[in-house]
Design a protein around this ligand. Sequence first.
Ligand SMILES: CC(C)(COP(=O)(O)OP(=O)(O)OC[C@H]1O[C@@H](n2cnc3c(N)ncnc32)[C@H](O)[C@@H]1OP(=O)(O)O)[C@@H](O)C(=O)NCCC(=O)NCCS
Length: 164
Amino acid sequence: MQQLGIRPEEPDDWWEVEALYDLCFAPGREALSSYRLRDDVPPVDGLSLVARDGQGILAGAIRFWPVHIGDHDALLLGPVAVHPTHQGEGLGGYLIHEGLRAGRALGWTRVLLVGDAPYYKRFGFSRLSGVEMPPPTNPDRVLGLELTPGVWEGVHGPVTRWSR
Ligand SMILES: CC(C)(COP(=O)(O)OP(=O)(O)OC[C@H]1O[C@@H](n2cnc3c(N)ncnc32)[C@H](O)[C@@H]1OP(=O)(O)O)[C@@H](O)C(=O)NCCC(=O)NCCS
């Protein structure tokens, strides 16, 4: 971790980050329903981060997208990935904490993701009931975090693509 440099993602990083995601996720990741929320929508400015080692090799990356649930706005966390040679060093946790801190600073109040509850509960994520990602998504993997207390209360329904 110490030798890694972490900075906001820049346009020149885009395809290298895509290659890291291809390496870290199962083939066909872009067929996942959560990607339909990202089609033709840019990630939230200022929240995407890249981590590079001393040789400049990409070690990890995180992006966030804006989404709607009815009239409510939320951040969709992910993809986040750490190169296999750096997994288990705390980098994934660092990228998530930094991204959430920056999201809060930008005024975002609620975050959701599709992922493994055993990993994300350490950041405070828990299952969101009644918030529906595009099918087919296992509802047990739809997790939420409030950056302001109580902001998920009464928020139900389908998650839709950002349209502002
Ligand atoms: C998930 C991922 C981003 C975590 O990054 P990382 O830098 O390895 O994570 P950290 O070092 O911060 O944390 C490691 C801890 O998370 C745990 N962990 C990692 N993935 C996990 C998972 N899917 N479920 C439960 N625990 C998990 C490790 O066992 C380790 O536990 P410990 O702290 O008790 O030893 C990384 O493993 C990765 O890129 N995986 C492949 C892509 C992926 O699955 N992304 C997440 C989408 S849901």
